[in-house]
Design a protein around this ligand. Structure first.
Ligand SMILES: [Zn+2]
Length: 410
């Protein structure tokens, strides 16, 4: 996939319309290693985006129902509910009085610039949103800047925002390198996709092998300790299909070795554990958003790439810093793997834009085998509904693509 998170993102045209204003509200200034903000579940910028999304959706609900905001779980938008305690945590980690405990107080505060909220982080000289006002004091509607912030990560909800955050981190890291940018990009993505679970030694060796010391803290932050409840009496079960972790499951008959934490892997079947048993103390697991949005779609990407290499083809993975997922013979063939469960949603997105796949002579969309239903409806929908940007695309299942690569047809 060219864009990591497009798997389940709702259509959101604003995200595509990157205006000058969006660029101004550009990259987050992520807290550094020993920062007091590290205790937060989300970086402050992410909390802010979540809040802007919550305000936008709450405003829509109020407008449609002509009602007023009440501080009740059932009546508040989910993003707003998630944002409030996280904003409170931000006050607390600065040792400040919590002004986010009441949604009414928050709405009032949102009509003033962020730097006046009593949070040092938002008032910092280098904080790009310090003057942003989220709600217009006159109309009480979210401001254009608030909409821009809400659209910044290209999708709604905490997972989407965090996924975009990780994507941005890798992109920024790679851009900061003086040379080897494309090579670094591929090395980082490929290791993560191939190692949803890794030993501490493997992660250390990988970081050393990149010869890019600056990247070490960021890359380390992608992995976390394995929760005790996800082990089998302290032992880790590794999935024999994707290399992820098999979590203990109450249905021991169906999942004797546990259930895989990678959702795309679960769609492909039930897999046993590998023979290797490891102590959970020696291993790390990727963070949830990376398991879902990088490793999941990556299963098909890696499968195609490995098959092309095995067939002796001139293949590249995530070439030119992610112009497509796999290329064959330079710009002769570009392949993007897709695993959307809805063919309609996928083709609508592709009709709108095919991203940098446009740079390739032959443009191929490879669809996960498990989506190709018995009656061929999924593939038929893609072929019959394609238009505009998607006109030149070829659609094929991953299995058929691999056979064609072997036979030399593609
Ligand atoms: Zn798996």
């Amino acid at each position: 996939m060219t864009v990591f998170a497009d798997l389940t993102r709702p259509d959101y045209p604003m995200a595509a319309q990157r205006t000058a204003e969006t660029e101004r509200l550009a990259m987050p200034t992520t807290p550094q290693k020993d920062s007091p903000y590290n205790i937060l579940a989300l970086p402050p910028e992410t909390i802010l985006i979540l809040l802007a999304q919550g305000l936008e959706r709450q405003y829509d609900t109020l407008r449609n129902n002509r009602s007023v905001v009440r501080q009740k779980q059932t009546e508040l938008d989910a993003s707003l509910i998630a944002a409030l305690p996280r904003l409170s945590a931000l006050y607390m980690c600065e040792g400040k009085e919590d002004k986010a405990a009441s949604v009414h107080k928050l709405m009032e505060m949102a009509t003033t610039p962020l730097k006046e909220w009593g949070i040092d982080y938002f008032a910092k000289e280098d904080f790009p949103y310090q003057d942003v006002i989220l709600i217009d004091p006159q109309t009480l509607a979210p401001t254009p800047e608030s909409f821009e912030l809400a659209a910044k990560s290209g999708g709604y909800g905490e997972d989407q925002i965090l996924e975009d955050h990780y994507h941005t981190q890798v992109r920024d890291l790679v851009q900061s390198a003086r040379t080897r940018r494309d090579q670094l990009y591929t090395s980082i993505r490929e290791f993560i996709v191939r190692h949803p679970l890794a030993t501490i030694r493997e992660i250390e060796d990988w970081k050393d092998s990149l010869r890019f010391p600056k990247a070490k803290p960021t890359l380390a932050s992608f992995y976390r300790d394995i929760p005790v409840g996800w082990t089998h009496d302290g032992t880790v079960h590794q999935c024999s299909n994707c290399g992820g972790l098999l979590k203990p499951h109450p249905d021991k008959r169906l999942y004797p070795d546990g259930i895989c934490v990678v959702s795309n892997c679960r769609k492909k079947g039930i897999f046993h554990k590998t023979d290797e048993l490891s102590d959970s103390q020696d291993m790390k697991l990727l963070k949830n958003q990376l398991l879902t949005y990088w490793v999941g779609p990556g299963l098909d990407e890696i499968k195609i790439y490995d098959a092309a290499k095995a067939a002796g083809r001139n293949a590249a993975l995530y070439p030119s810093s992610d112009a497509c997922d796999i290329s064959l013979d330079g710009f002769a063939v570009g392949i993007d793997a897709k695993s959307y469960t809805s063919a309609m949603l996928l083709i609508k997105r592709l009709n709108n834009s095919i991203g940098r796949l446009i740079e390739y002579d032959r443009k191929i969309i490879a669809v996960s085998d498990e989506l190709d239903d018995r009656f061929g409806n999924y593939m038929a929908t893609l072929r019959s509904e394609k238009k505009d940007a998607a006109n030149d695309l070829e659609f094929i299942t991953v299995g058929a693509l691999i056979r064609s690569i072997h036979s030399g047809e593609i």
